[in-house]
Structure formats: structure tokens, C-alpha cells
Design a protein around this ligand. Structure first.
Ligand SMILES: Cc1cc2nc3c(=O)[nH]c(=O)nc-3n(C[C@H](O)[C@H](O)[C@H](O)COP(=O)(O)OP(=O)(O)OC[C@H]3O[C@@H](n4cnc5c(N)ncnc54)[C@H](O)[C@@H]3O)c2cc1C
Length: 381
């Protein structure tokens, strides 16, 4: 049987950042990816926003990794020439009742490490963005956008330079505990094989809960969560967006509300909405456009008829269902699930892209690799 030191399952932005952290700490790393290439999952279907971390509850893992992750990513992008832009974001209140919530959001955001937040009057917001209509706004200058594919390429290059290997078209079907490590059942049919890893890190995005369910101890501290999926649909805007900053309404249950994101070329896209689904599907129903027009016109009354076209969608890997309280990111090591040599990353939806480097450090610390990293003087970017 193949013997591995660290096996990272999934080559999305989080798996690549985790693989990079372990490889740079001197561990032998293999990344097992079921698709033909890296970044084929959630990491290629998101808003590409580097979040400031406005809403996460104090003491949550999301709060702990979002702002530090964003700062690390800005430094990393600058160092590696990865395209990004600190364009800022306006969180807009549609009416007086929503405006009253902004100071509370600003206070929580500041506690989470978001910097230089500024409450803006309706007139002030209009001076910043003349097409905007709102009762008041919160300006977050530290929010930005990033080329997520460029980021993943760079993380993979770093991991490979430190000795990691990427095995594509290698689905993992089971993680079986094995004397302090794990045997991974990989591939399918004639290509099926098993490999033993000293440490298996499950970063399989939408696939991580099904894998974790089979490698979760009977006497675990908490049950393995159930997988839920919430599709986020996007509609693109014909022509140039009349905004230079990201525009967000106040959040809605399950998501951040239909907001305007800009890509690095200045093209505008609205979304994602929240559509709870049972099966993985990636079609955008044009009929959902009607609700988009209504939501967007609350802050941009000038949105012309016929300007929106169905675009891409992404699926949030959630560990809470509709109507249930929002769950935090769950990075579950042996302490949580009772199986040595296995770490599961579950429910890594937004801000997983923003937080990838900080999440990778968190996983490395959980695995006890910190000491090795320090002794090798690994740079923290
Ligand atoms: C609509 C939407 C918008 C978002 N917007 C933002 C945003 O603006 N900013 C932000 O910070 N975050 C955002 N996020 C969250 C962010 O995209 C995710 O947190 C992040 O991409 C998760 O990365 P990952 O590596 O965990 O998962 P993935 O990118 O899904 O990677 C998992 C990988 O595992 C592979 N895999 C799955 N099962 C197996 C298996 N059994 N064996 C082997 N390989 C397997 C998959 O093929 C995939 O490549 C958004 C998410 C969504 C859905």
C-alpha cells in the first residue's frame, strides 16, 4: 500500500493553502483531487471578494480567520503579483429602520478587525456613488476583489516548490481510521487503490461532510453535522456598472443579499441569492431575474429593464439548514471527532476564500506542525 505523510483531500483554495502550509513546514504532502484540475469546485464559483469581516460573532472561527486572512492575502498578492484591487464596499440601508442597524454592524465589524469603517449619510453616499439611492451607508475601505484563479495557481506553485504533489482525477471515496493515521480509498474501477496517510486533511468542499460522516468517532464530542447546500445565482449586467465600489444591501437569511460585485475589468455582476437545493446543479433559472430587479432597484432605481442576464452560480457548503441558526466554520480534529490523524474542514462557505491562509495556519496548529514551521523559519505570507 502507498504510504503518505500528509494527504490533503481537495484542491480548492483552502486545500491548496493547507497543502502549502504543511509542505513549507517540511511535511511530505500529496493533494488528492477528484476533478481534472485544481479549483474546479466552490473556489471557482464565488464573488471573489476579500471580505472585511463585518458580521461574524465575536469568538467565532470565522471572525478569527477573516480579517487576519484578508491582511495576509493583500500582502501575499502584492508579493506575488496576483491581480487584486482594494476597491472598498458600501453597505447600504434601504430605509430609516435599516439605517439604525448600521452603527451596531460597524461596532461588531471593528471588533472583528475591520479597519477605517465610516458611517456615511445618504448625501455622502450619493457623492461617492451618484447612481446610488439609500437612507445611509457604512463604508468599508478595506474590502477588495481578487483574481481567485491567480491566487490558486500561486498557492499550488508554492506548495509544489516545497515538494507537494497534486494528483488529479483521484476521488477519495472513504477515509478509514488506521492506527493513528488513515487509509484512503481512492480512484474508481480499475484505477482504484488505497493509500495510508499519517495525517488526512479533508478539504473537499461540498464533498467534505459525506467523507467526514464515515470517519467520525462513535464517542465524538458532537455528532457529525449534516450537509446542506444553498445555491447562489448570479446575473450579469449588460454594459459598464455605474459604480466604482462594491454595493451591498443588508444581509438576508443564508446569504449577504443580492449585491453588486465588480470584477477586475470593472464588469458588474449581481448576486448571489439563496436557493436551498438537494442536488448539485449549476443552472441559473432566468425566472429568478425578476426578484433580482426588485432587490437591486432598492439601491439602484436606475437599473434599466432588460439589463440583467443569467450568469454563473455557486453552491455554499453549509452545515445548517433553512431556518436553523447560522453555524460557524467547523475545523474538526481528533479532539472533536475522536479519530486520530484526521482533520475535517466542514461548512467552509464565505469567507473561505478571504480566510484561506489563516485557515491553513489554524489547521497546521491543530495538527501540531507549528513547531516545525517555526524551526524552519518559514515566512508567514
Ligand atoms: C456563491 C458563493 C459566493 C462566495 N463568495 C465569496 C467571497 O466573495 N469571498 C470569500 O471569501 N468567500 C466566498 N465564498 C466562499 C468561498 O468560495 C469558499 O469558502 C471556498 O472557495 C472554499 O474552498 P474549498 O477549497 O474549501 O472548497 P472547493 O473549492 O469546493 O474545493 C474542494 C475540492 O475538493 C474536491 N473534492 C470534493 N470531493 C472530493 C473527493 N471525495 N475526493 C477528492 N476531491 C474531492 C472538489 O473537486 C474541489 O476541487 C463564496 C461561496 C459561494 C458558494
Amino acid at each position: 500500500m502507498e504510504q503518505l505523510d500528509v494527504a490533503v483531500i481537495g484542491a480548492g483554495v483552502v486545500g491548496l493553502a493547507v497543502a502549502r502550509a504543511f509542505a513549507r513546514a517540511g511535511r511530505e504532502v500529496v493533494i488528492l483531487e477528484r476533478a481534472e484540475s485544481f479549483g474546479a469546485g466552490v473556489s471557482s464559483r464565488n464573488s471573489e471578494v476579500l471580505h472585511a469581516g463585518l458580521y461574524y460573532p465575536t469568538d467565532s472561527l470565522r471572525a478569527a480567520v477573516c480579517a487576519p486572512g484578508r491582511k495576509r492575502l493583500y500582502a501575499y498578492c502584492a508579493e506575488r503579483g496576483i491581480a487584486h484591487k482594494r476597491c472598498g464596499k458600501l453597505l447600504v440601508a434601504a430605509d430609516a429602520a435599516q439605517a439604525e442597524r448600521l452603527p451596531g454592524i460597524a461596532a461588531q465589524a471593528a471588533a472583528n478587525g475591520a479597519e477605517d469603517l465610516r458611517l456615511v449619510s445618504a448625501a455622502g453616499a450619493r457623492r461617492m456613488e451618484p447612481a446610488l439611492c439609500c437612507a445611509a451607508a457604512l463604508f468599508s475601505p478595506g474590502t477588495g476583489i481578487i483574481d481567485s484563479h491567480g491566487l490558486m495557481l500561486s498557492l499550488l506553485a508554492d506548495a509544489e516548490a516545497a515538494g507537494a504533489a497534486l494528483a488529479v482525477m483521484t476521488p477519495v471515496s472513504a477515509i478509514v481510521p488506521d492506527g493513528g493515521g488513515a487509509v484512503l480509498h481512492c480512484g474508481a474501477g480499475a484505477d482504484a487503490f488505497a493509500a495510508r496517510a499519517n495525517l488526512a486533511v479533508n478539504c473537499a468542499g461540498l464533498g467534505s461532510v459525506p467523507l467526514a460522516a464515515g470517519a467520525w468517532g462513535k464517542n465524538a464530542k458532537r455528532p457529525c453535522p449534516r450537509r446542506h447546500m444553498a445555491k447562489g445565482n448570479y446575473f450579469s449586467l449588460a454594459g459598464r456598472a455605474p459604480f466604482s465600489r462594491l454595493i451591498y444591501p443588508l444581509p438576508e437569511p443564508g446569504g449577504l443579499g443580492v449585491h453588486l460585485t465588480l470584477d477586475l475589468a470593472g464588469r458588474g455582476r449581481f448576486g448571489p441569492d439563496v436557493e436551498w437545493i438537494d442536488e448539485e446543479t449549476y443552472t441559473v433559472d432566468p425566472a429568478r431575474g425578476e426578484a433580482f430587479y426588485a432587490s437591486i432597484r432598492r439601491y439602484w432605481p436606475g437599473l434599466p429593464d432588460g439589463a440583467l442576464a443569467p450568469d454563473t452560480c455557486g453552491i455554499r457548503p453549509k452545515i445548517f439548514g433553512p431556518g436553523e441558526p447560522t453555524a460557524d466554520f467547523l475545523v474538526a480534529g481528533p479532539e472533536t471527532h475522536g479519530i486520530p490523524g484526521v482533520i475535517h474542514l466542514l461548512g467552509i462557505e464565505s469567507p473561505g476564500l478571504t480566510a484561506c491562509l489563516a485557515l491553513a495556519d489554524h489547521v497546521a496548529a491543530l495538527a501540531g506542525s507549528e513547531k516545525t514551521a517555526t524551526s524552519r523559519s518559514v515566512k508567514s505570507t
